[in-house]
Write a new protein. Structure first.
Length: 336
C-alpha cells in the first residue's frame, strides 16, 4: 500500500492556475469597464488577513482556557480583544468604502519600457483615509498613499506591455488593511482605456536615407544627406538659430583649431529634398526589425528638424515636421 504524497507548493500552484484564471474571467466578465469607479457596499470585499486568522485562533484558545479555568480576567481580555477586532473591521471596510477612483488617460510608451498608469483617488469625507494601495491585479507590486480629507491623491502603478500595438489597461485592484492589519479590504477595477505602445527604436540605426530632389529643382540634385543624418548644407550661425540646428561636430573641430565660429544647418537648402522613410529602404527581411529602424529614423529626423514622410505598405504620410507629425508616424508604426 503506497502513501499519497502531497503536491509541492509550486506544483499545486501550477495545478490551480487554470481554475484561478477561469474564476477571474467569470468574475471580471460581470464588471463593465469604466475609467471611473465609485467604491460602494456592493463592490468592496473583506476577508481576514493571515494575521487576522492567527488572532482568531488565539482568541479561541483564550476563550477555551478561560472557560476551563474560570478566569474572569481571561474573559475580560478575550472579549476586549474581540471588541477591538470588530471595531477595526468596520474601520477597515469604511476606509475603502466611499472612495472615488479615476484613471488619467495613459500616455503612449515605447516597447520594452514600463507603461505608467496614474490613478486619482478622491476622498469626500472630512477624515483622512490611510494606507490605500493600488496595483495591477495579481502583480504583487503595490503603490501606497494616504488620501487627505476632502481632497485627492495620485497613485502610479506600472506594467510592461508584451509588444507594440494598442493594449487594454490591465485590471487594477485597490486594497487597505488599516488600522490593525487583521482584515484585508479590496476591490477589482476594469478600466476602459487603452495604452498605445510604440515600437522600440533600433539602438544604433544607420544614417537617414538620401533625400529625393524636388521636381524642378535641378540644382539640388547634387545635395545628399551626410552620415549620421546630417545634411551637407551649412551656413554661419545667426543669433536666434535653434540649438538643434547647430552642427556640434563642426563646432568641436573648430574649437580644436582655436576658433569659436559656429555653423548651422541651412534649412532652406535642406528643404530642396524630400526625405522619405520607406520600409522597403530598410534592407531588413523581418517586419519588426524594419519597424524598429523606421521608428529610429523618425526620431532622428524629428531631432534634426527636417521635413520627412513615411511610406509603410499602402500607408503614405506626406512630408511634414513637428510633434503632431511625429506622433502620427509613430502611431502608424505601432499599429501596422
Amino acid at each position: 500500500m503506497t502513501k499519497a504524497r502531497a503536491l509541492p507548493a509550486s506544483g499545486f500552484g501550477q495545478a490551480m492556475a487554470p481554475l484561478r484564471a477561469r474564476i477571474d474571467g467569470w468574475f471580471l466578465s460581470r464588471r463593465p469597464p469604466s475609467d471611473t469607479l465609485e467604491l460602494k457596499q456592493r463592490n468592496v470585499y473583506i476577508v481576514p488577513s493571515r494575521a487576522g486568522w492567527m488572532l482568531l485562533a488565539t482568541l479561541l484558545l483564550l476563550l477555551v482556557g478561560s472557560i476551563n479555568y474560570q478566569l474572569n480576567l481571561g474573559y475580560l481580555l478575550t472579549f476586549l480583544l474581540a471588541g477591538c477586532v470588530t471595531v477595526g473591521m468596520h474601520v477597515c471596510h469604511g476606509t475603502l468604502r466611499g472612495l472615488g477612483l479615476r484613471l488619467v488617460a495613459p500616455e503612449p510608451q515605447y516597447a520594452g519600457a514600463a507603461a505608467v498608469l496614474r490613478v486619482q483617488l478622491r476622498n469626500d469625507r472630512r477624515s483622512i483615509r490611510y494606507g490605500i494601495g493600488m496595483a495591477v491585479h495579481r502583480s504583487g507590486q503595490w503603490s501606497w498613499s494616504d488620501v487627505p480629507a476632502q481632497g485627492s491623491a495620485a497613485v502610479e502603478v506600472a506594467f510592461q506591455p508584451e509588444r507594440r500595438g494598442l493594449h487594454p489597461v490591465p485590471t487594477l485592484t485597490a486594497e487597505t488593511r488599516y488600522p490593525l492589519g487583521t482584515f484585508r479590504v479590496w476591490t477589482i477595477w476594469r478600466p476602459a482605456s487603452k495604452v498605445l505602445v510604440y515600437p522600440a527604436p533600433e539602438p544604433h540605426p544607420p544614417p537617414l536615407p538620401p533625400g529625393t530632389p524636388l521636381a524642378g529643382d535641378a540644382a539640388s540634385a547634387s545635395l545628399s544627406t551626410h552620415l549620421a543624418g546630417e545634411y551637407d548644407g551649412v551656413r554661419s550661425y545667426r543669433r536666434g538659430d535653434p540649438l538643434k540646428l547647430v552642427v556640434w561636430k563642426k563646432a568641436a573641430q573648430a574649437q580644436a583649431n582655436g576658433s569659436d565660429a559656429l555653423v548651422s544647418r541651412d534649412t532652406q537648402q535642406a528643404q530642396r529634398h524630400e526625405l522619405w522613410l520607406d520600409a522597403q529602404a530598410c534592407g531588413l527581411p523581418e517586419l519588426e526589425a524594419r519597424v524598429s529602424r523606421l521608428c529610429a529614423w523618425v526620431l532622428m529626423a524629428d531631432r534634426l528638424g527636417v521635413d520627412y514622410g513615411l511610406r509603410l505598405g499602402g500607408l503614405v504620410l506626406a512630408p511634414s515636421r513637428g510633434e503632431a507629425h511625429r506622433r502620427k508616424c509613430l502611431e502608424a508604426l505601432a499599429l501596422c
